[in-house]
Design a protein around this ligand. Sequence first.
Ligand SMILES: [Zn+2]
Length: 269
Amino acid sequence: MPELPEVEVTRRGLAPDLVGCRLTGTVVRNPALRFPVTPALDSLVGQDLLGLGRRGKYLLFEFDAGSLIVHLGMSGSLRLLSAATPAEKHDHVDLVFGERVVRLRDPRRFGAVLWQPGRAEDHPLLAGLGPEPLSEVLDGPWLYQATRNRSAPIKQVLMDARTLVGVGNIYASESLFRAGIDPRTSARCLGRVRCARLAQAVRDTLEAALVAGGSTLRDFIRSDGSSGYFQLQHFVYGREGEPCRVCGAPIRCLRQGNRSSFYCSRCQR
Ligand SMILES: [Zn+2]
C-alpha cells in the first residue's frame, strides 16, 4: 500500500514537469474506484495546473477553481508517460498535459479522483485531518500535549489521522522501535522525554524513507516498471520471529486495533 513517503515522492517527481502546464484532456476508462470518479472531469480541460500539493496521502492537483484530489488507495500509482503510450488493463484515469499524460493505474480500485471546488481542505475526506508529520508542528512538546487525554496505546494514537495524518502501520511500528517505546504503552503515560524521542523518530523514519525511495520511485514514474513501492530495510515491520537488528532477540507480533504491530520486547519498553 502506498504510504506517505511514496505519495510525497510521487508529488516531488511529478511537480517539476507539470506545474504551470495546461490540462488538455482527460480520459476515464473505469470510473468505479473507491468513490466514483468525478463525472465532469472534462470541465477542467483548458485550465493550468497551478500547484501539486499533498495532504496526508491525498495528492492535490490545484487549479484556479479548485483541486482534483487523488488518492492511490491500496494499489494505485501515478506515472508520467508519453501521451502515445497505450493504456493497459488497470489504467483507469488519464490527465493529459499536451504530449504527456499522468496515468493512474489501480488494480484493486481503492483509489479516488475527486473534484473539490474552492479549498481542498473543505472536502469531507480532508476536513478534520491532523497536522502533517513532516511539518514543523510535530515536535516533543506538541506530541506531549496531543497525548495527554489519550489512554489508547500509542501505536493506535500515532495512526489516528485526526491526531497526526499519514503515519501508517509500517511507519508507526518503525518509529516506535527507533524511539524504544513499546507499542502497547498508553499514550498519556509517555513523559516529555519519550514524546520528544518519538516525535524525532517519526520524522527520521519518514525522512529516511523519502531518501531511500526517492530515486527508485522517480525512475518508476517515468517507466513501465511493475512496482514503484519502496523496498525499505525495516527494523521490525514484517519480521516476526526474525532477530532484532540491534539486540538479536526475536521480533514479536501482536494485534492492535485489527492491525499487526511488530516490536522488540528487549529494545522497546
Ligand atoms: Zn531488540
